[in-house]
Write a protein that binds this ligand. Structure first.
Ligand code: UD1
Ligand code: CA
Length: 464
């Protein structure tokens, strides 16, 4: 397929989205719309890709990276003008062209392959991917001559009342014989209601030049363009369903796919169970035999095998095999849990490495810290890592035992096997194997309560 190239039109603003962001960068299941078009093109075996950018060009380039050839269309004078600009950039040996819009993310690679084959087999100048829409408003209509051959495409804004009744629409995806297209685009004029160069006018021009034009009909579920936020939300549901099905087919149990939100490309291992109302986002990988409990959100996070997470938020974190997290834990970026770590309820971790088998079971904040193996961190322990100016580090050695409600004022080092007394505010390093207690001695006043009651009532205390 090296002689086939794809031109993707993505310069338009997408006015109906009412957004500062270029339309093609709006996301479905965590990926920009145009990413899905590029995926379909790649899956159809096409490697030569030219993307026409204009509105928010720098943003689009940044989102998609340097793996593509970009053509700047400035100003945007219509789809015909966009293609005319792209053509000189397409490698000369590509005689077969696919033209697609960046806003039709549901297209499948199979339809693209069929579209190319249909044109070639018919030796047609073009093959249009069409669809039958119950409500065709807004789309270009496929006008056929009395013998049923495609005669032209008429845009919605330029259609006569009779043409508006036509339910066969132009999906904006085409295959072209490059030479025929190159010639036809030179003849386009902006003589229409929008004052734009319409790519769709090429169809009538090809017919007049004596070339055949074919049409291939694809199901409407695949060809809808995303023009509004409502359509974006409808596509989101479809992509989400696809991602869940992909994982279920690979051996993952998803209790209720309708309320499970998994981004494009997230990896989950066999026999992992995902409960309702979970979000697996960005570059997230979950191992096998995990339990992802209800209300969990994983963002750019990697979990090993046999990990349990309950109702927790993990961002740019990693957890090794057998870790138990939550309920209600908050793992902020840079948290790295080794094997078999327990992080319990109401624990916040940030930029912290926790060694194998260590436990932070309840109510703690630990930041900028390295914790060794087999450490127990008592409930309510806080690292005081910020002094109002800078962040400081805490180090806790293997087997250390941090008493409940310890404040660790960083920078500070707790040696291995060291112990801190409950309620201590530790400001100095604690040597290996020693106990540090920082709190005043307890005072006991015997009979204090009774004495106070009597004082308050003015009575004399009884003897004895
Ligand atoms: C276009 C088709 C219409 C079809 C519909 C399918 C034309 C004239 N009309 O209309 O027949 O039914 O798609 O969705 O082609 N773009 C550029 N440069 C421009 C203008 C647009 O790159 O100057 C890009 C847009 O970013 C978009 C695509 O071309 O990805 C289609 O543009 P859009 O404005 O959405 O065209 P429609 O009005 O939907
Ligand atoms: Ca469109």
């Amino acid at each position: 397929m090296s002689s086939t190239a794809a031109v993707i039109l993505a310069a338009g603003q997408g006015k109906r989205m009412k957004s500062a962001l270029p339309k093609v960068l709006h996301c479905c299941a965590g990926a920009p719309l145009i990413r899905y078009v590029l995926d379909a093109v790649a899956a159809a075996g096409i490697t030569e890709v030219v993307i026409v950018i204009g509105t928010g060009a720098a943003l689009v380039r940044e989102a998609l990276g340097d793996g593509y050839r970009y053509v700047l269309q400035e100003p945007q004078r219509g789809t015909g003008d966009a293609v005319a600009r792209a053509l000189p950039q397409v490698a000369p040996d590509c005689r077969d062209l696919l033209v697609l819009c960046g806003d039709t993310p549901l297209l499948t690679p199979g339809s693209l392959t069929r579209l190319l084959a249909t044109r070639r087999e018919a030796s047609a100048g073009a093959c249009i991917l069409s669809s039958i829409f119950d409500d065709p408003s807004g789309y270009g209509r496929i006008v056929r001559d009395p013998s049923g051959l495609v005669a032209a495409i008429v845009e919605d804004g330029d259609a006569t009342p009779a043409q508006k009744e036509i339910k066969e629409i132009n999906t904006g995806t085409y295959s072209f014989d490059r030479a025929a297209l190159e010639e036809a685009v030179t003849e386009l004029s902006p003589d229409n209601n929008q004052g734009e160069y319409y790519l769709t006018d090429v169809i009538g021009l090809l017919r007049r030049a004596g070339r055949a034009v074919a049409a291939l009909t694809a199901p409407s579920a695949e060809t809808a363009g995303i023009n509004t936020r409502r359509e974006l939300a409808a596509a989101e549901r479809i992509f989400r369903q696809r991602e869940c099905e992909r994982l279920m087919d690979a051996g993952v149990t998803i209790i209720d796919p309708a309320v499970t939100y998994i981004d494009r490309g997230v990896e989950v291992g066999r026999d992992t169970v995902i409960y309702p109302f979970c979000f697996l986002e960005g570059v997230t990988r979950v191992g096998a035999d995990c339990v992802i409990g209800s209300g969990t959100r994983l963002v750019d996070t990697t979990l090993g095998n046999g990990v349990t997470v309950q109702s927790s938020l993990l961002i740019r974190s990693t957890a090794g095999d057998g870790c138990q997290i939550g309920p209600f834990a908050y793992l902020r970026p840079g948290t790295e849990l080794a094997l078999g770590v327990k992080v319990g309820d109401f624990v916040e971790l940030k930029q912290t490495q926790v060694g194998p088998g260590s436990k932070i079971p309840h109510l703690s904040y630990v930041g900028d810290t390295v914790i060794g193996a087999g450490v127990n961190i008592g409930a309510g322990t806080i690292t005081c890592n910020f002094d109002g100016i800078g962040k400081h580090r805490t180090q806790i050695g293997d087997g250390a035992f941090i008493g409940s409600n310890t404040n660790l004022v960083a920078p500070v080092i707790i040696g291995s096997e060291a112990v801190t007394g409950a309620g201590s505010t530790i400001t100095e390093d604690v040597p290996e194997g020693s106990l540090a207690v920082e709190r005043s001695h307890q005072t006991v006043v015997l009979g204090w309560r009774r004495k106070r009651m009597l004082d308050a009532s003015g009575q004399k205390p009884e003897k004895g």
